[in-house]
Design a protein around this ligand. Structure first.
Ligand SMILES: *Cc1c(COP(=O)(O)O)cnc(C)c1O
Length: 394
């Protein structure tokens, strides 16, 4: 059927730009060839700019969760105590990975929809002076909340506790300069902000985290010190997905073309477009405050089935959005606007959501939700007051 384009407004995988698709279609090259090493070293320099670090950014052949596992296994040893910020599905994943490594896990839990409060973290650190690390998401994708990572980093500064940040739905979407903020480990996956297919993950460690990693007996596959040594020579320990690296080359050129500030401003403007749009329909975001930049979580009216709204969006309008996870199944939908997404994609999603809600029996407020959303989008792009990102503490 040629009626609709397939529009992927999900938190990974995300749509692919034409430049990336063409690069992915290139002939395979050998991963030990000199030209390939040169390519790897070129994208490496670009990744350092994106991560905001002087340290190497290692590509790993895995999904994002592989890099989360690599972080835990490389920085902590069985019996070590870590603090996990658990405010949703991905915070919970940190705990599962840490427990699988045999770590002692202290969870700082928040009601879903809320962000971590740095004051609580200070108290938790006082109560757990033997903690070796703190694991947190930059953006908790299951609820649509951004954790105040910069403020958390400030609390940890002189504590010797390693700050490990899952930036999978944040890197390339909102600012997270690793060295400036004092993050010890930042990681992401290829299929969200980086506009690539799934299959690659990226991880960087601070100088003090490297000292720990050098002494930790980690896993055979995710041997970060060995990866670092290989990368310095334009190599990877094992066969890297060469075509994805060629795609990465094209993606990084796009990401850095106009500078990171422009990229982030666009991302934030899309967030304003989506949030104001759903609010004009009379709906509320599930996140209470600290809205993440790459995704809007939308609380559905009680009588409406999330599954049929989602199905209608896909089948009638070609727009794929995500549902809720766990207890939020059927209660929220999540409209992602990360990566290769523009105002027209989000506008299509807003329209599809509105029509699907009406077709499923919901009352859906004003008819100028597109105009209200787009007015906020334009204002945010222009940097006008009243539409700034909101980082507040609970
Ligand atoms: C998507 C996501 C993950 C999982 O990544 P995979 O690539 O599916 O392993 C982990 N954390 C966050 C915050 C995510 O958004």
């Amino acid at each position: 059927m040629l009626l609709n384009k397939a529009r992927l407004l999900t938190p990974g995988p995300t749509p692919l730009p034409e430049q990336v698709r063409l690069a992915l279609a290139k002939d395979a090259v050998h991963h030990r060839e000199r030209n390939f090493s040169a390519l790897l070293l070129k994208v490496e320099e670009q990744l350092k700019v994106l991560f905001g670090t002087q340290e190497p950014v290692l590509p790993l052949a895995s999904s994002g969760t592989g890099a989360m596992t690599a972080a835990v296994d490389s920085l902590f040893s069985p019996g070590d105590k870590v603090i996990v910020i658990n405010a949703g599905k991905f915070g919970e994943r940190w705990s599962l990975i840490a427990r699988a490594r045999g770590l002692q896990v202290v969870e700082l839990c928040y009601e879903w929809g809320l962000a971590a409060n740095p004051e609580d973290i200070e108290t938790c650190l006082e109560e757990n002076r033997d903690a070796r690390g703190l694991l947190v998401q930059l953006s908790e994708t299951s609820t649509g909340v951004l954790h105040p990572v910069q403020d958390i980093a400030a609390k940890l500064k002189n504590s010797g506790v390693l700050l490990v940040v899952d930036g999978i739905s944040g890197v390339g979407i909102c600012p997270c300069p690793m060295d400036e903020w004092g993050i010890d480990c930042l990681l992401t996956g290829s299929q969200k902000g980086l506009m690539l297919p799934p299959g690659l993950a990226f991880i960087a460690l601070s100088a003090r985290a490297w000292k720990v990693a050098e002494k930790t007996r980690g896993s055979f596959y995710f041997n970060l010190p060995k990866e670092r040594a290989s990368l310095a020579k334009g190599q990877t320990n094992f066969t890297t997905p060469v075509n994805l690296i060629q795609g990465l080359d094209a993606a990084m050129d796009l990401i850095l073309a106009d500078g990171l500030d422009v990229l982030y401003r666009k991302q934030w403007a899309l967030t304003m477009l989506c949030r104001r749009g759903i609010q004009a329909m009379g709906l509320v975001p599930f996140a209470r405050r600290n809205y993440t930049w790459g995704l809007t979580s939308v609380l559905l009216p009680d009588a409406v089935s999330g599954a049929s709204v989602q199905a209608d969006c896909t089948q009638k309008w070609g727009v794929t959005i995500s549902g809720g996870q766990d207890t939020l199944k059927g209660r929220i939908v999540r409209v992602a606007h990360m990566g290769w997404i523009d105002w027209a994609d989000v506008t299509a999603a807003l329209y599809a959501l509105n029509r699907s809600l009406i077709d499923n029996g919901a009352f859906c407020g004003s008819h100028d939700f597109l105009e209200q959303g787009l007015a906020s989008y334009r204002a945010a792009l222009a940097g006008e007051p009243g539409v700034e990102p909101d980082i507040v503490h609970n």
